[in-house]
Design a protein around this ligand. Sequence first.
Ligand code: PGA
Length: 251
Amino acid sequence: MRKAILAGNWKMYKTNAEAAQFMQDAAVLTASEDLEFVICAPFTTLGALTELAAHTPIKIGAQNMHHSEQGAFTGEISPIMLKHLGVQYVIVGHSERRTYFHEDNAFIAAKVKAAFQHSLIPILCVGETLMQYEANETEVVVREQTETALQGLSSEQVKQLVVAYEPVWAIGTGKTASAQDANHVIGYIRQIIAGQFDSTVADQVRILYGGSVKPENIAQFMAESDIDGALVGGASLAFESFKELAKAIEG
Ligand code: PGA
């Protein structure tokens, strides 16, 4: 069975002091056999957080990285740098990166490969924009995003992959996809992976829903057969809210 994931995406929020406070509060969380906790934090906080998180069940992720090991890429961070800090996960292809920083599917695919090469687990974000949703293009869009990102990976790598289906129109808007619709698209993503690899591989990939997930609505997503957890932005910032999310999953 797939182990569920509750992943927070802090985006461009929290100073080191604020991040440290969250992690100190998180010492009350109890580790669970059935649920993994991940916090994807700003680069500036990662070094401190990987140490502080050792007293909690939380694993630390980055929100982005460059695909090269090193080089003349001013302002960028490499997979090696993350690995050396003790980071375990990295969000790749978040819609805010695609939209504001023009990251395309090929660039994102290079990052996914680089993550695996350095034993980081990528959390690959896919999802359609409002315009694509209204034009009924959701399946075409997630197919292209998923297939391109997974090209050239081994089955063993794909089994470890985490995908987050995040309809762009649901991110930070307070609107969510219905749990049934999210489950349908996530089931479709699993079919795409089964086609590209096989169903044994597809059955092991953990696929999360993201987009305005809150303590009040997370249970309905978790109740769906193909949804293995959530990638949460706004509602992951305050520790009390993160704890409520965990409580709602654990029931
Ligand atoms: P949100 O963000 O939960 O604030 O909608 C989700 C995300 O961007 O991953």
